[in-house]
Ligand binder design. Structure first.
Ligand SMILES: *Cc1c(COP(=O)(O)O)cnc(C)c1O
Length: 221
């Protein structure tokens, strides 16, 4: 039992029942950046198995030991990936959610071929068209998904986005859902602690929740 985990799961269930067909499954990715094993273990013991980290280096410091202890962990990279970290990322993670350029798609293809590991990926979309944010431009999304799939042979599970801060996220989530449909992918990674119920209303297949599970982060990320 972990009380914050129970609260988040029950809020997800209420949102699912209210907005989509109750049989739809929404995966919870517990975002553990800045938190270490003592905070993570209670969730593992409560049965949570999907986790997200935004930095390869930080994840390397804590997850290998936990992966040895719990063999069925599914680890998601949800932050930007530099090409020179692709080797470490492919070795450590199970899902890469931040594919947003061809150079990275190519590097992932090569490393997966080399290691025989076949990770699922999400294409990150710069859904608010913000200059400082990662992600492919909205207008390039469909073409990029097709390229990732057909040219680079990547297993594209869906699209991921982080809407602009301080704006109502609903329209951005709806736009991501529309883009996914057009691109022919089903996965929608959207929704964080502040807006996961809205994201579920718009069809999220997975939400990435950190502070609602672990409390506020004291370290900047
Ligand atoms: C930190 C982070 C989250 C979780 O944010 P919370 O507001 O703590 O739930 C989700 N997605 C990404 C990409 C993040 O970096």
């Amino acid at each position: 039992m972990d009380s914050r985990l129970d609260v988040v799961i029950s809020r997800m269930n209420v949102a699912r029942k209210r907005f989509t067909t109750p049989s739809d499954d929404v995966a919870l990715i517990a975002v553990t950046k800045t938190f270490d094993a003592p905070d993570i273990l209670p969730l593992l013991e409560a049965g949570q198995r999907r986790f997200g980290e935004n930095r390869v280096q930080e994840a390397k410091g804590k997850w290998p030991a936990l992966q040895t202890q719990f063999s069925d962990i599914e680890l998601h990279l949800i932050g930007p990936l530099q090409s020179n970290k692709v080797r470490d990322a492919v070795a450590l993670f199970d899902v890469i959610e931040s594919v947003d350029r061809e150079k990275l798609a190519l590097a992932l293809q090569k490393e997966m071929a080399l290691t025989g590991r076949n990770l699922r990926v999400f294409v990150q979309v710069n859904i608010g068209g913000e200059a400082q944010k990662a992600g492919v431009p909205i207008d390039d999304t469909i073409e990029f998904v097709v390229k990732c799939r057909d040219e680079y042979g990547l297993d594209v599970a869906g699209l991921m986005c982080i809407p602009p801060a301080g704006e109502a996220p609903g329209p951005y989530f709806a736009l991501l859902a529309t883009l996914a449909k057009k691109a022919g992918v089903v996965g929608l990674s959207m929704g964080m602690s502040g807006d996961f119920e809205t994201a579920i209303a718009m069809g999220a297949t997975q939400v990435r929740v950190g502070s609602a599970l672990f409390g506020a982060r004291t370290v900047p990320t």
